[in-house]
Structure formats: C-alpha cells, structure tokens
Design a protein around this ligand. Structure first.
Ligand SMILES: *[C@@H]1O[C@H](CO)[C@@H](O)[C@H](O)[C@H]1NC(C)=O
Ligand SMILES: *[C@@H]1O[C@H](CO)[C@@H](O)[C@H](O)[C@H]1NC(C)=O
Length: 340
C-alpha cells in the first residue's frame, strides 16, 4: 500500500544566508548523530578464531528509500564513499528497494515520504530524516505513532551530541594588531582555546575536516578579521552554526548580528565587561547543560542551509547503526517532539 503523504515536489531552497526557515545542516544533524551511544560494535568483540585472520565486519546496509539526487540526464547520483569522505568504514549505501531485506537501517526523507507499509526484518531501523523546520514539514501529525525508530534532523538529541571539548578557533591569518588576536590572548588566559589553522599557535586541522573538528566543541570563536557593518562571514554561518557549535562572535555590534540571526543563537564578546568574565560564562555553560541548550532553541524555527546535505547523514546513519547496540527504540510521538 503506497501512501504518499505529499508530493515529490521540492520547495526551492535559496542557497546560503538567512531569512525564512530554511533547509538545513547535515553537519548539525550529523554531529548529533555521530556520537550516538557508547555501545560497542558487537562483532568487534568476538575473539578471532586462532586459525583465521579476523574477518572484516559485515558492512552495515543503509537504504535511502527515496533517492533525491538526480544527476545529469536524471540518473541517480552514486552514493558517497563514507570511508573516503567521512572516515566511516563498513557501510553499504543502498538505493535499490530490492535490497530492503538486507538493510539494517532505512532512511525516509520526510518531504518525500511515501510509506509502503511492509514488515520490518528483525533489527531493522526506520529512520525519519528531515532537515526542514516544523513549519515546513507538512503531514507531521498524520504519521503513525511508533513508526520510526530513530530521527535524523537538525534537532539536538536526534541521536545525541556529546561534545567533549570546550572552545575552538580556526584562523588562517595571524596578526597581533588585530582585535581578534588581542582578544584571544586575553581569553585564553582564563579558558583553554584550541586553535587550528596554519597561523599563530594553530595546530593543523585534522584530516576529518574543519566542521567535524568544530562539532566536537561547545563553542566556536567566530571572530571576524576586521569589524564592519554587516561584515559577518562563513565563520559564523558555516564554522559555527553548521558545525553545531555555539558561536562567540567578535565583529559588528550585537544589534547588527541580530539583523541576521536570532538573538539567542550566539554570544557576543561585547556582552561582557572583560575576556575574563566571558571565560567564566563559558565555563558556567559547560557545567549547566540546560542553559547551554538554550542556544539551540532557535533551531526549532530556523535551520542553516547547506547545499549538499544528503551524503553525510547517510553515512552517519550507517555509523549510528554500527555503534548503537541492539536496544530497541521507537519514536512514539514524532510531531509532538519535533514541533515543540
Ligand atoms: C579514522 O577512523 C579511525 C577509526 O575510528 C581512527 O583511528 C582514525 O584516527 C580516523 N582518522 C582520521 C583522519 O580522523
Ligand atoms: C523499531 O520500531 C518498531 C515499531 O515500533 C519496533 O517493533 C522495533 O522493535 C523497533 N526496532 C528497533 C531495532 O528498535
């Protein structure tokens, strides 16, 4: 029984920038997803037979139920190489529905949901995938209860983010005369700041990439190299928001930022009389998760748009299957949770 909840027509999504609620961040979703649970990979625990070299683990099959990418001539785009792109090995990304029975996880994209109610092979997870805000997610309330096992979205807790590190900064030009460098010196006396990039005290950006690196941190210093009206760059949009770190901004004044982004989405250095008091506040947020999470509330109505947001969630879903153990779980009231 095919039940299209809504048609396959996609809303045109403007690229970059802000405004109306938009399509969103793979990385936010992914950052959340990636650190799912601490469970181990079961097969990894089996002792190898003494006479055999350890067999590589059976790859995890993740079926994308609706193939969104059409390349030239309407041909499906090949799935990404998770190992090459995201350092996640042991994935088999599937697009052919004939492989349904072999998939450990099936991803359903909300806006293109045409559920076919079939029986689920034992242990198979159905994953509800959505990068739109609730106001652009029609048909939410019509979804049957307990249909999905997992969610994959920009929401915190869509497979949990576990951020272990505190403050990151990526900088490519180092100039002691810049306000941002002076501020960094003051701040780093009170809280440890990990600097990445080729300049100054920077360490090389790990091969996993900048966004992955930043995603491990609670805060990102989105410090502009110079201060001008409306001069707010990818340091905020991409490095901080997309990576899912709370930006600490230094640039134009707070009112200027608020012309572009919700007021509760960032911390402005001007909000504090000194770098020392900003440092104390960051350390306070580090200990008070509930307060820290308020910096993510805006994501209920807005989302950061990234142009290619399929590959990574797909691979991340595979990784989540690998690390999740076999604890059963289903999402009881998806609309009730998502619309909150
Ligand atoms: C890739 O993943 C492996 C296993 O998780 C890890 O040991 C290695 O450091 C990772 N490499 C990079 C470049 O992140
Ligand atoms: C997935 O959800 C279904 C329906 O709620 C449930 O029967 C099944 O046990 C769940 N599977 C897992 C692996 O959580």
């Amino acid at each position: 029984l095919a039940r299209p909840l809504h048609g396959p027509v996609r809303r045109r999504v403007p690229r970059g920038g802000w405004g109306l609620p938009r399509s969103s961040s793979a990385l936010a979703a992914a950052g959340l997803l990636c650190t799912a649970l601490t469970a181990c990979i079961c097969w990894g625990q089996l002792p190898p037979m003494p006479w055999a070299s350890p067999a590589p683990p059976r790859p995890v099959g993740v079926l994308l139920w609706w193939e969104p990418f059409r390349g030239r001539g309407g041909h499906p785009r090949p799935p990404p190489d998770c190992s090459l792109r995201f350092n996640i090995s042991g994935c088999r990304l599937l697009t052919d529905r004939a492989a349904y029975g072999e998939a450990q996880a099936v991803l359903f994209h909300h806006r293109d949901l045409a559920l076919e109610l079939r029986s689920r092979p034992p242990g198979q997870r159905w994953v509800w995938m959505n990068f739109e805000s609730p106001s652009h997610s029609p048909g939410l309330r019509g979804l049957p209860k307990n249909l999905f096992n997992w969610t994959l979205s920009y929401r915190l807790g869509s497979l949990l983010a576990r951020k272990r590190d505190l403050v990151a900064w990526v900088v490519s030009h180092w100039d002691e005369r810049q306000a941002r460098v002076r501020y960094y010196h003051q701040l780093s006396r009170h809280v440890s700041v990990d600097v990445f990039g080729r300049a100054g005290p920077g360490q090389p950006v790990p091969a996993s990439g900048l966004l992955h690196t930043v995603a491990r941190y609670k805060f990102y210093l989105a410090f502009e190299n110079s201060q001008h009206v409306d001069y707010i760059t990818e340091k905020l949009w991409r490095n901080a928001f997309l990576a899912g770190a709370v930006p600490v901004v230094l640039g134009p004044d707070r009112a200027n930022y608020e012309r572009f982004v919700p007021r509760g989405s960032f911390i402005h250095v001007d909000d504090f009389p000194s770098a020392a008091s900003l440092a104390a506040y960051l350390l306070f947020l580090d200990r008070n998760l509930a307060v820290y999470r308020r910096y993510f509330h805006w994501r209920r109505s807005y989302a950061v748009h990234i142009t290619s947001f399929w590959d990574e969630p797909w691979c991340r879903a595979c990784q989540a299957v690998q690390t999740s153990g076999d604890q059963p779980k289903s999402i009881h009231n998806l609309a009730g949770w998502f619309e909150r």
